[in-house]
Design a protein around this ligand. Sequence first.
Ligand SMILES: C[S@@+](CC[C@H](N)C(=O)[O-])C[C@H]1O[C@@H](n2cnc3c(N)ncnc32)[C@H](O)[C@@H]1O
Length: 263
Amino acid sequence: MAKTHFDSDYETVFDVDAYLNLLFTDVYTCGGGGPGDGNYLLCLQIDFFKKATFTGNRLLEIGSGPTVHNLIPASAYFKEITVAEFSKPCRDAVEKWIRAEPDAFDWSHFFDYVCAKEGNGESWKSRQENLRKYIKGVIPCDVHESNPLGLNSLDPFDAIITSTCLEAACLDNQSYRSAIKNITKLLKPGGLLLIWSTLNESFYMIGGSRFHALPLDAEFIINAVKEAGYTDIKTTKFPVPPFEGIEKIADAEGILFLTACKL
Ligand SMILES: C[S@@+](CC[C@H](N)C(=O)[O-])C[C@H]1O[C@@H](n2cnc3c(N)ncnc32)[C@H](O)[C@@H]1O
């Protein structure tokens, strides 16, 4: 079996362009808007923010990879956003997009989709420009550290979003529980936590390289979140995208969307 990558391999082996091109062009829109489709994931976030009660406008995304899609629904509410990511090539890709460099990944479809779904008459171009302005920093982070932001100590945030990062970063259940506790220190009491997680995934393939994922079930994730000091935990489970040959790319059995409020 091919070597399984994790940890510092995200700085060296992880192919940022292959990741973006595979997941956010081909796989993301293969489900025609139904469960498992990437647009459906954005819809869940749009609905969540519409109904949620929260205060403040400071948001932290942890382990963004080279992506910004998760910030699009949130940017209707949070105007001061910090992106934290372990790997420099991923941070560089986000910064390239902020600077609107010609070879940055094109997220316009995602902005267009979110604005249309929200139905507030906002143009996707203005939303895109706003998000570029709202991102105040793209900084390193390591969820295994007691302070994941290291020297970049910042005031606690009003909300944290993390998407398929913890299961990639953690090699066992104990380190997953610790990682949730570590990121929780970055959140204000009463703050929101949003987690996207794969379910029971043990690997995923990017550009021919195999990456580790920690197989987790929903019950374990809910308990880890509870143990880290959250209440009002809500989850939605749905299938992986119906992409032809998906079983060769990853072995996830489903996806979990979890929201919770820090005590
Ligand atoms: C599967 S990617 C998810 C990227 C993105 N959030 C998404 O939804 O597409 C996993 C991410 O976790 C990051 N990661 C790996 N180890 C980490 C660690 N110790 N601390 C923080 N992030 C880490 C990787 O660099 C990578 O960007």
